[in-house]
Ligand binder design. Structure first.
Ligand code: PEP
Ligand code: MG
Length: 325
């Protein structure tokens, strides 16, 4: 099967009904990067920048961050890379950055919250990214956004760094895209503001599921209790993709569910056209989509989600569809 997936590496990811799907991979360290070409991913849809911080014993200096991003962009050779700004706190522990003990770290001082409270930290990182991407394309996104106003605040800090670089006569990125991760349910009721504020949205389904279902992603007693392919979560994911369509804002999904053939299939049925996954999943997911009629699945799936009386698990409906088609 390995060889079979390798043979698909250069095959265009088109579904049977002709939908072009963008398959990207997730990464966080330089060792991940050779997988990009091996797997045949089109780019890095999620680059977890906190990993550089998590494996270091002291805070990486500005120059170290810049050099790191520079090597990432060099090694990816022009394929797009979406850098996520620091997502520390919660399940992502940075030993030398210890804040006070929190009773609910997942709901605590983390990610964009911490970045906005420590603007020096965020600005250093943004500056490192701007410098590393001089003359290139820079895509960046912020994790754990709860209110659209947080994004505006982050964008102002980015603007300050851009102005600073220009004043210094430094070359800026050729193109800059600013995005948000959708991981906190409160954003579901700000979809229109969100979609018009950003260049793209990336659904972090691991955290979104954790918060939507109130199940700790790290607690095996509850993390598998509810199905990501159940009606509540699939309806949430459908609302998001529809919100993106209303505003022509690209929506992608970079959580674990993009790596599993059945749930990735469901995403395509819901209308997702871009996903980012672990490198080893690219081959299997491509094999799945080449054989998929996404329009037909969309009809079946939408009917299942609109039916408020049918209790058949959607997972079963998807398994039956996959078997019959
Ligand atoms: C997610 O939450 O789905 C996600 C992609 O980010 P992480 O797993 O790094 O929290
Ligand atoms: Mg997350």
């Amino acid at each position: 099967r390995q060889a079979q997936f390798r043979a698909l590496r250069d095959v265009e990811p088109l579904t049977k009904d002709g939908k072009r799907i963008t398959l990207q991979m997730n990464a966080g360290l330089l060792v991940d990067l050779p997988h990009l070409n091996e797997a045949g991913a089109e780019g890095i849809g999620l680059f977890r920048t906190e990993l550089q911080f998590m494996i270091a014993s002291t805070m990486p200096k500005a120059e170290e961050q810049e050099a790191f991003y520079r090597s990432v962009l060099k090694q990816t050779g022009g394929k797009p890379v979406t850098f996520r700004t620091l997502d520390i706190g919660g399940d992502k522990v940075v030993p030398y950055f210890r804040a006070a003990e929190e009773e609910n770290p997942a709901l605590g001082w983390r990610a964009i919250r911490l970045s906005l409270d420590r603007p020096g930290l965020l600005r250093t990182q943004l500056r490192a990214m701007l410098r590393a991407a001089a003359g290139l394309e820079l895509k960046l996104m912020l994790p754990m956004v709860t209110e659209v106003s947080e994004l505006k605040e982050a964008r102002e800090l980015l603007q300050k760094e851009i102005e600073r670089q220009s004043k210094l006569g430094e070359q800026l990125p050729r193109k800059l895209q600013f995005g948000a991760m959708l991981e906190v349910p409160a954003l579901l009721w700000q979809l229109d503001e969100l979609m018009s504020e950003v260049d793209f949205v990336s659904v972090g389904s691991n955290d979104l599921f954790q918060f939507a279902m109130a199940v700790d992603r790290g607690n095996a007693r509850v993390s598998d209790r509810f199905d990501v392919l159940g009606r509540p979560f699939l309806r949430i994911l459908r609302d998001i993709v529809r919100g993106g369509e209303r505003h022509q804002t690209p929506v992608t999904l970079c959580g674990e569910m993009a790596s599993k053939p059945l749930s990735a299939m469901a995403l395509l049925g819901l209308g997702y056209r871009s996903v980012s996954m672990s490198p080893t999943a690219v081959g299997p997911i491509k094999a799945m989509l080449l054989a998929l009629d996404a329009t037909k699945l969309g009809e079946v799936l939408n009917a299942a989600l609109d039916d408020t009386r049918d209790q058949t698990p959607v997972r079963q409906i998807l398994i039956d569809f996959a078997a019959a088609n």
